[in-house]
Design a protein around this ligand. Structure first.
Ligand code: ADP
Ligand code: MG
Length: 305
């Protein structure tokens, strides 16, 4: 389940009320200029206060720490719902660095990342975008699902990813030198790759990459049990169903059932929903509209429940 560990996600081009609602009751994303009177407070809303639950799958924690120590830009690759976002939240907590997350979308412009002049009663004032806030004050900036952004938006990160570590704020006429703690991280689902939607080679080659996939059986069952509150015997059954569905990927299914979906199913079961209904709602119906594929998945469910 998505939990609020204290860090904020910035969703460009969302109504303010939607944005606030998405943040599970927490305060809205704040810009540098909103809190300009106390610069030490700029990143307060972005600190990961509580240790996020993250189960290490391989050597990703050590590798990421080494990458951070040389401020290598990192790319987290893998299917949706397999733990990329949770991993970066955990690493930000472990490294004790603030985390600014940007959910990328195709309407996002370079100004949404970098910043813009705003009109207010006193005239115009500059407002740093989330990338500029992270670079100026020293946060980890996580661009989630970066291929969703248009390529002309993505290129603004280039000068931050080479030795110069600068961000040109062209409209403001400032060349922003990144803070020593700043790091950029992107996530990317290679499954959605198409000629229209892919990262340019010139972007890809600026990053180190960590591959993520669904954890092996026991580990995934532990995660599902922990996050949903179901007993291990139930979560193992859910993971079996997930594995069956993943084998159908490319044979009628575009994506397998993710860890996130298994957690949803487990959460419904933990709420008292009968297992068959929970699996239908959380696992089978969302991923396919094809009647034959639904039958195949339903029968996988009835094998275990
Ligand atoms: N290794 C892991 N340790 C702990 N929780 C995990 C792990 N992998 C996946 N999860 C769970 O799965 C959910 C979905 O993962 P998330 O990080 O949101 O996926 P992604 O960003 O890859 O789409 C998380 O909210 C978390 O509950
Ligand atoms: Mg994510």
């Amino acid at each position: 389940m998505s939990r609020d560990f204290g860090s904020r996600t910035y969703m460009p081009r969302q109504g303010t009320s939607t944005r606030a609602a998405l943040q599970t009751g927490s305060t809205q994303w704040r810009s540098a200029s909103d809190v300009a009177t106390d610069p030490s407070d700029v990143l307060a809303a972005h600190r990961v206060a509580l240790e996020p639950y993250y189960k290490t799958v391989a050597d990703e924690v050590d590798l990421y720490e080494a990458a951070y120590s040389v401020r290598m830009p990192m790319m987290l690759k893998g299917p949706t719902g397999c733990g990329k976002t949770r991993f970066v939240e955990y690493m930000a907590w472990k490294l004790n660095k603030p985390l600014i997350t940007v959910a990328c979308n195709e309407d996002m412009t370079a100004s949404d990342l970098v910043g813009r002049f705003l009109l207010d009663a006193n005239g115009t004032r500059w407002q740093d975008g989330p990338l500029a806030v992270a670079a100026r004050h020293g946060a980890i900036c996580y661009l989630d699902e970066v291929v969703e952004a248009r390529q002309d938006t993505t290129v603004v990160i280039h000068p931050l990813t080479d030795a110069r570590r600068v961000l040109p704020l062209e409209k403001k006429g400032e060349l922003l030198q990144a803070h020593p703690d700043f790091q950029i991280v992107i996530s990317y689902n290679p499954g959605y790759q198409s000629l229209m939607k892919d990262l340019k080679q010139s972007t890809k080659q600026r990053f180190g990459a960590l591959d993520f996939s669904y954890p092996e059986h026991e580990v995934e069952a532990e995660i599902v049990a922990h996050e949903s509150g179901v007993a291990m015997d139930v979560s193992k059954k859910l993971v079996h169903i997930g594995e069956r569905a993943r084998n159908l990927k490319g044979h009628g299914l575009d994506e397998g059932i993710s860890t996130r979906m298994l957690i949803y199913a487990g959460s419904l079961i933990a709420q008292g929903v009968p297992a068959l209904a929970a699996c239908r709602v959380a696992l089978v119906r969302p991923i396919t509209d094809d009647p034959d594929m639904r039958d195949a998945l339903d029968s996988a469910v009835t094998t275990y429940f």
